[in-house]
Ligand binder design. Structure first.
Ligand SMILES: [Zn+2]
Length: 314
């Protein structure tokens, strides 16, 4: 009797166990007590990628849709995330007013440059992943009542590097603005000259600046907007010679990187070195304007600058 009742008991316990939780057979008895903890862990893992973005400044998780609606600015701490050239143009110009120039211009690998990958392969790869032909979009659009020449760089295309296409597209934009007596706005973001094109990319610095000199000679305003990061060859040419130079908050702006400067000068760099805020204090830039205010502020500046021109002409 004793033996039979013992076997019945074991059978009774064994049979429901696999029926309740077949895959994780080990954690049956503790599953009730530990339920909240594993659930919290799995919730974090279950967040689908591409829906939320962690703000690098305040570490808040921001819903991507909210971030997009807020022009890629953190709603909690106002950190400015990178924004694509198309989105930026959309945020600045009046609806349907933008007429793109030289949309199909692409680089040619004149040097047959090959590093880890060939330049031709790199170009193809970035053209596919970004949907852009090169690192700048140029055209004529309207901000408020003002017709303007607008060039917007895109960091997602080979680090916003300035090669012959960026230089040529900007030079053509500047020349057209000069011909049509339009104010000019260039929004920069760049790691510098495109090394794959060697000297041809460096030549773009002189070319764009020469075109800007004619634009200035025609007494037309040029507004340069620096966004994170604007460095090297771009900062050393057209980005730093605006009649007004604006920057987005927290943008890194400079020529060489801080480590190179520190090694060369053998001196401690001041806190906040190469940020927009530091450069405003030291007089290199005229104003820091948040992305959400940019359109209104550009419109105000254009109004002020073009009104002055009209009075001078009258
Ligand atoms: Zn934030």
């Amino acid at each position: 009797m004793a033996t039979s009742s013992f076997t019945k008991k074991t059978l009774g316990i064994e049979s429901p166990e696999p029926a309740v939780t077949p895959p994780p057979a080990n954690s049956n008895n503790t599953s009730f007590a530990k339920k909240p903890r594993p659930r919290a862990k799995t919730k974090k893992k279950e967040i689908p990628e591409g829906l939320w973005t962690k703000c690098p400044k305040c570490t808040t998780m921001v819903f991507d849709k909210e971030l997009d609606e807020n022009l890629k600015v953190c709603p909690n701490c106002q950190h400015h995330f990178p924004i694509g050239s198309r989105e930026r143009i959309h945020s600045l110009v009046e609806t349907c007013s933008f007429e793109e120039m030289d949309a199909d211009m692409t680089s040619v690998d004149v040097l047959n440059f090959t590093g880890v990958a060939s330049y031709t392969d790199k170009l193809e790869e970035y053209q596919k992943s970004t949907g852009l032909k090169d690192a700048v979009v140029t055209g004529i659009g309207k901000i408020g009542d003002h017709r303007i020449g607008l060039g917007v760089m895109d960091f997602s295309f080979l680090g916003g590097s300035m090669g012959s296409v960026v230089g040529e597209k900007l030079a053509r934009l500047i020349e057209r603005a000069t011909e049509e007596a339009l104010p000019l706005i260039i929004i920069s973001t760049s790691g510098g000259a495109r090394m794959y094109e060697g000297m041809f990319s460096l030549m773009q610095m002189a070319k764009t600046c020469a075109a800007l000199a004619y634009h200035a000679k025609a007494r037309l305003p040029y507004l340069s907007v620096l966004t994170h990061p604007t460095t090297a060859g771009v900062m050393a040419s057209y980005a730093s010679i605006g009649d007004l130079i604006l920057a987005e908050p927290g943008a890194m702006i400079g020529f060489a990187g801080p480590r190179v400067i520190k090694d060369t000068t053998q001196a401690e760099l001041p806190p906040g070195f190469q940020t927009a805020e530091f450069l405003l204090d030291h007089g290199l830039i005229d104003a820091i304007v948040s992305r959400k205010e940019m359109k209104a502020r550009l419109s105000d500046y254009l109004h002020y600058l073009t009104n002055g021109q009209k009075t001078a002409a009258a």
